[in-house]
Design a protein around this ligand. Structure first.
Ligand code: PLP
Length: 390
């Protein structure tokens, strides 16, 4: 079959592939601890599940407005105004099935051949994949352990030009857990404002999962609301990955284009999920707070455990639920480490290189698993590294 040429550029997300490999191993009787997938291991809060059940019984089973139910757009606008530090009007909110479509729509709406897109390396693999898919030129900027997994602003300044259509930032970040400081964000904002045709895509999907410091939305800075697409959603904050609930907060000029892309692709998001999402935002937040506290305790456990293993260097990430240790001093790179760790020790992690070339010496470990499993995983990793050295 002849595929369209643009399919040549499209990539994938290794977490789904690694999980499939791990499951195949389990089917043959192997024991695997899953530290690969980026989703909270907690259940969606009970009051949110109950709201969805009620909504189904009340008949929220039909198409809804393409930009989202008015009650949900209002709840998102109120929540974002309170938490992100800038005034958000409900008519700037587009509800979409997960955070991912926001990336896809932003790139489809703004970038094409001849345009450049600047994004983090290592970073969420879909940025690179979608940039290539739309035919734009990738311009990755480096995120390194030496710089606390923050951006090197001089390097970034050198990459942004008149051809840059989109500058993608992600803080707290996948895969590193890095968090940009207020001063980082202010300098990125200054840079963005120098280029009138540049839009910022601020991926804030982990914005509520911060362990040290603060999350600063770039859209809270003067002049930026009209230049920024904020990507956020329910997947991580409310442990709702399977519901497919996300949203964009848009500059006025992008509201209509996003609406057209929604109509042409998904029509709208499931109506009963949207009713439940209103409950998630406006109901009690205790489950979110408890989840974030637990993630912090696990982070400390995992970082201390990994740093006790000779050859592994693990920085303390300020947010999200990932650590991104450098493993190359064990004598093998991240890809071989991840492969062999699964086969020889039954721990599934991801090769850092699947998030960009700059991650090749690292692996990504998601600590969205119980403390008990994390402790066993550390023991298995220590034994595996011991065997490598021996
Ligand atoms: N952005 C980042 C940085 C992510 O890590 C993820 C999911 O892993 C997403 C966006 C997508 O989230 P969703 O599952 O809501 O599409």
């Amino acid at each position: 079959m002849r595929l369209a040429e643009r399919m040549a550029g499209i990539g994938s997300e290794s977490a789904f592939e690694a999980a499939a490999r791990a499951r195949a191993l389990e089917e043959t009787g192997g024991s695997v601890i899953h530290l690969e997938i980026g989703e909270p291991d907690f259940d969606t809060p009970a009051h949110v599940r109950a709201a969805a059940q009620r909504a189904l019984d009340e008949g929220w089973t039909h198409y809804g407005p393409f930009m989202g139910l008015p009650a949900l757009r209002e709840a998102i606008a109120a929540d974002a105004t309170a938490r992100k530090g800038f005034a958000v009007a409900p008519d700037r909110v587009a509800v979409v099935p997960g955070g991912k479509p926001v990336m896809f729509f932003a790139l489809l709406a703004l970038a094409q051949a001849g345009d450049e897109v600047v994004y983090p390396d290592p970073g969420f693999p879909i940025y690179d994949s979608m940039v290539r898919y739309v035919g734009a030129t990738p311009r990755p900027y480096l995120i390194t352990q030496e710089r606390d997994f923050r951006v090197d602003l001089d390097e970034l300044t050198g990459l942004v030009t008149d051809r840059t259509r989109l500058l993608i930032i992600n803080s707290p970040a996948n895969p590193t857990g890095g968090v940009f400081t207020r001063s980082d964000v202010e300098r990125i904002a200054e840079l963005a404002l120098r280029f009138p045709d540049l839009t910022v895509l601020a991926d804030e999907i982990y914005g509520r999962i911060v362990h040290d410091g603060e999350h600063v939305s770039i859209a809270s800075l003067p002049g930026l609301p009209e230049r920024t697409i904020v990507l956020d959603g329910f997947s991580k904050t409310y442990a709702m990955t399977g519901w497919r609930m996300g949203y964009a907060i848009l500059p006025e000029a992008l509201v209509e284009p996003f609406g057209k892309l929604i109509i042409n692709s998904v029509s709208c998001v499931s109506s009963f999920s949207q009713v439940a999402a209103v409950e998630a935002l406006t109901g009690p937040q205790d489950d979110v707070d408890a989840m974030v506290r637990e993630f912090r305790a696990r982070r400390d456990l995992v970082v201390a455990g990994l740093n006790g293993i000779p050859g592994i260097e693990c920085a303390v990430p300020a947010g999200a639920f990932y650590v991104f240790p450098r493993v190359s001093r064990t004598g093998i790179g991240g890809a071989e480490f991840a492969d062999r760790l699964l086969d020889e020790a039954g721990v599934c992690v991801l090769a850092g290189g699947s998030f960009g070339r700059a991650g090749a010496d690292h692996v990504r470990i998601s600590y969205a698993n119980s403390r008990e499993n994390l402790t066993t995983a550390i023991e298995r990793i220590a034994a595996f590294v011991g065997r490598l050295a021996g």
